[in-house]
Design a protein around this ligand. Structure first.
Ligand code: GSH
Length: 209
């Protein structure tokens, strides 16, 4: 069975959404990204992946796959009939990769990551100045589209939905982009998205306690 190492409400949320959307069973392991311990058994998370970062997907053959863009596409390709990624050879596959790269580099590493990891060291002025310009790109794109790629939900939507959810705790109110707010609301009507968020929010609360 597939196994996903995740941290509640971290970027691995999109992999959980993808697994649920695909109807794939998986074992989920809570990896504490601050302490680098696997919560199940207290083992060293760096022993699972030297990156010490989620997501890590353990494949059926035991290999470990990291990086959201790769993990999400791998999950999508296990169930091609679900259309969670356009097939290779379809020009939209490159659009999917374009969005996954943009979300990972520009929104996640360009803004969310420094905001949550370096929040007190005074280095956030530049990422803060840039995020509005960054978000205007997907905002304009979804102004007249239901989904990021083609006419159906893909793993790029799973990843953008996660990123948009994290913007509020990062101090960015997405209400200033009505198309993004409406998009996030649409995504949150999907049962898989709701289930993934509910599961991880409940776990997240155990961290704060
Ligand atoms: N480039 C990686 C980034 C993964 C990443 O930064 N994950 C965060 C959680 S959102 C993490 O586990 N960070 C722990 C660390 O950097 O030590 C991807 O896109 O999957």
């Amino acid at each position: 069975m597939l196994q996903l190492y995740f941290f509640p409400m971290a970027c691995s949320l999109s992999s959980r959404i993808a697994l649920l959307e695909a109807g794939l069973d998986a074992q989920y392991h809570f990896a504490h990204i601050w302490t680098k311990k696997v919560v199940d058994d207290g083992s060293d998370f760096r022993g699972v992946s030297p990156k010490g970062a989620v997501p890590v997907l353990v494949l059926e053959n035991g290999e470990r796959l990291t990086e959201c863009a790769a993990v999400l596409q791998y999950i999508a390709d296990l169930k091609p009939e679900m259309g969670l990624a356009p097939a290779f050879g379809d020009p939209d596959r490159y659009r999917l990769q374009e969005w996954l790269s943009f979300i990972a580099a520009e929104i996640h590493k360009g803004f969310l990551y420094p905001t949550f990891w370096y929040r007190d060291d005074g280095s956030l002025a530049k990422p803060r100045a840039r995020i509005a310009q960054t978000l205007s790109v997907p905002a304009e794109h979804v102004a007249d589209r239901e989904f990021l790629v083609g006419d159906r939900f893909t793993v790029a939507d799973a990843h953008l939905a996660w990123a948009l959810l994290l913007l509020r705790p990062a101090g960015v109110d997405i209400a200033q982009w009505p198309s993004l707010s409406a998009y996030l609301e649409r995504m949150q009507t999907r049962p898989a998205v709701r289930e993934a968020i509910a599961t991880e929010m409940a776990l997240r609360k155990t961290l704060a306690a």
